[in-house]
Design a protein around this ligand. Structure first.
Ligand code: TXA
Ligand code: MG
Length: 319
């Protein structure tokens, strides 16, 4: 175990140092436009295994391999015309595509959980892109938080959960999108399936496809996170669709009206997504032990689907 986690400056020397650490098999948390990722060399079994150890993940669910551009993605997986169209529309950005892995792609089987498919993402954050270029190889990265807890959108969130367990964090400030990437897979007939709602809205994807997305996400056969019942859990209890707070509850608002903390006073879903994980942490701190966070209703459209998905996990019965 490491005794100290370094905070690395977001400059040229810092990026070179972070890339060298990853190439040497170490774990480095880095900012993406969605949340901070916990990065390791995706070709190095020991480094990927160390991700599961640092997060305390109960099982080896598959990880997303991050690459700097579509060329690197094509070298790891087979792209169908539909996948090409989605990549052209949304990469770099908060979309992950689950595609058939190429033989000899060289990824650790721990990244794919030995599935024949691989989840690929080209992030848009300039520091993530610079890091991926400097590593010059795929970087496996789940969100940089202990398993089951709220995802990190600031470097201090990463340090809160993982200090002493990882080599370094690149200091990239707050994440602009604030919820994880949308995950799209394909069924046997090549039809696009929504596996996890996220930073790209289903509506935007359907506009590119010219047809509705199939619905994945079956709780009996978890393939994307969040299909785990309890996830993103703060310490406090969480009550959803709370039109009115009950006495003693901490009010997490959305839109106008009284609240202790408001995801977006103007009811802007983009702003609410960006604030979500930080405010869940802040609500936890301010509500105190044994408290309940009462969350205002949030519309089930656009980024609201991703926000509600994360909130349902946060409210789910804890194991
Ligand atoms: O925004 C994001 O996606 C962030 C940032 C760091 O990029 N990453 C992230 O990773 O959310 P993670 O590990 O929390 O979620 C990745 C999920 C896995 O839990 C898994 O269920 C799904 O992607 N996944 C990965 N490979 C898959 C595959 N071959 N088939 C189906 N689902 C897969
Ligand atoms: Mg996660």
């Amino acid at each position: 175990m490491l005794d100290k986690t370094r905070l690395i400056a977001p400059d040229k020397a810092g990026l070179a140092e972070a890339a060298a650490l990853i190439r040497a098999g170490k774990l480095v948390a880095f900012p993406t436009e969605t949340v901070y990722g916990l990065g390791a060399d995706a070709r190095n079994d020991r480094a990927v295994a160390a991700i599961f150890d640092a997060k305390g993940r109960p099982r080896f669910n598959p990880l997303i391999a991050h690459v700097p551009d579509i060329g690197a993605a094509r070298s790891l997986a087979h792209f169908t015309p539909t996948a090409e169209a989605l990549a052209a529309a949304f990469w770099p950005g908060p979309l992950t595509l689950v595609l058939a892995q190429r033989p000899g792609a060289g990824l650790s089987p721990l990244v794919t959980a030995d599935l024949p498919t691989v989840a690929l993402r080209v992030p848009a954050h300039p520091l993530a892109r610079a890091l991926l270029q400097a590593v010059d190889g795929p970087v496996a990265a789940p969100s940089a938080n202990p398993s089951g807890r709220v995802s990190p959108t600031r470097p201090e969130h990463v340090l809160e959960g993982l200090t002493g367990r990882i080599a370094a964090v690149i200091d990239g400030g707050s994440c602009a999108v604030g919820v994880e990437s949308t995950i799209v897979g394909f069924d046997g007939a090549g039809r696009a399936i929504l596996l996890r709602p996220g930073g790209v809205s289903a509506e935007a994807i359907e506009a590119v496809l010219g047809m509705p997305l199939g619905q994945g996400g079956n709780a009996a056969a978890p393939t994307a996170p969040g299909q785990l019942e309890s996830h993103y859990a703060p310490a406090a209890a969480v009550r959803l669709q709370a039109d009115e707070p009950r006495p003693g509850e901490f009010r997490l608002g959305f839109g106008p009206g009284p609240s202790d903390l408001n995801l977006s006073p103007s009811a802007d879903l983009v702003e609410a997504a960006a604030n979500l994980f930080h405010y869940l942490r802040e609500a936890d701190r301010r509500a105190g032990p044994g408290a309940t966070i009462a969350v205002a209703p949030i519309p089930e459209t656009g980024l609201g689907r991703a926000i509600n998905d994360r909130l349902r996990r946060a409210a789910a019965p804890r194991p």
